[in-house]
Design a protein around this ligand. Structure first.
Ligand code: FMN
Length: 307
């Protein structure tokens, strides 16, 4: 019998639905037992988000400052598993605070040490640098990253910015004004993620993950958009400056820090609507001369390697 643990955090339920579909084939196999562990912050992040709280989560998210987590029920995290599936979302180009907190906990070290891990990402579209941070945390836990699946909103970047904010602030995953597409990962992609189960089951039963990532890539597990890679990297540099500045202004909810959070909120709007289009033009101009680098990066970010 192979034992599989699915570790997840989700606010809307999107990530759990994706994870459940991915392990569907494993669950029907009589050679596999699948159990779930939901990460629960002691002080929950309310969903739908209030605008102030949404932006106030930025410094702690980006600086990867852990929050307190509820103690898990029973001994689910004290056992060893043949495979762990870690389903996570990205907050501010970084693994979300609950996921980061879990990866920095003593329990993570116990459950992940010397264990194959498959990461499953469900986010808007900017996960490249978050996954680099997760790779580092997995390495610190002596886990072995064997595969990655990243499901994103496939609509163009600016459309997804509008629709995801409506979703995060209303809690309703529906078409804004009846004209915009639905936010987040499409229901089609969520439903079709069942397809990733067969190669995962095959690797699990053979205890051989060497070819798994390539098999998942053939099934469209990851699509790299070079422009988003560029934005993700640049924004990480700028977010670092903002986060380090704001964190010095007090704890979350502190009135002194609120005005800096507001300034960051305005900066974000400016960056998305004015800077990003300019960066896009620069990207187009430099695309051909930099094609070799773009291809190398594409291969790297589709892989499970860590530089
Ligand atoms: C505070 C916050 C920040 C987010 N930042 C990003 C981001 O940087 N990149 C991204 O692709 N998605 C981002 N998202 C979207 C999430 O990754 C995710 O898709 C969404 O919250 C739904 O996940 P759920 O399963 O927890 O409901 C953000 C969401 C929240 C709430």
């Amino acid at each position: 019998m192979k034992n599989v643990l699915v570790i997840y955090y989700t606010q809307s339920g999107q990530l759990l639905e994706i994870a459940q579909n991915i392990v569907k084939k494993l669950e029907v196999s009589n050679e596999v037992s699948v159990v779930y562990h939901q990460i629960k912050p002691s002080k929950s992040y309310n969903f739908p988000w209030k605008k102030d709280n949404f932006f106030d989560a930025f410094p702690e998210s980006f600086l990867q400052i852990p929050c307190q987590l509820e103690e898990p029920e029973g001994d689910i995290l004290n056992k060893k598993y043949n495979l762990v599936i870690l389903a996570y979302q990205v907050w501010y180009l970084t693994p979300s605070i609950p996921i980061n907190s879990f990866l920095k906990s003593a329990q993570a070290r116990t459950v992940l040490k010397n264990t194959p891990v498959i990461t499953v990402i469900g986010c808007r579209n900017m996960w490249i640098m978050a996954q680099e941070k997760v790779k580092t945390l997995l390495l610190e836990n002596q886990a072995e990253l064997v595969a990655n699946i990243a499901l994103v909103d496939r609509n163009i970047n600016h459309i997804s910015v509008i629709t995801i904010s409506k979703w995060m602030f209303s809690g309703k995953k529906e078409r804004y004004l009846g004209i915009f597409p639905k936010p987040g990962v499409s229901q089609k992609d969520i439903d079709e993620s069942v397809k990733f189960g067969a190669p995962i089951l095959n690797s699990l039963l053979k205890n051989d993950y060497a070819k798994l990532q390539n098999k998942l890539l053939e099934l469209d597990a990851i699509r790299i958009k070079p422009f988003l890679v560029l934005v993700d990297k640049r924004a990480n540099i700028l977010f670092g400056k903002w986060a380090n500045l704001i964190i010095k202004k007090g704890k979350a909810g502190d009135p002194k820090r609120r005005k800096w959070i507001k300034a960051f909120n305005n900066y974000l709007l400016f960056a998305i609507w004015l800077i990003a289009p300019i960066v896009f033009i620069v990207f187009l101009i430099t695309y051909l001369p930099l094609i070799g680098k773009v291809k190398r990066e594409r291969n790297y970010y589709r892989s499970v390697n860590l530089k």
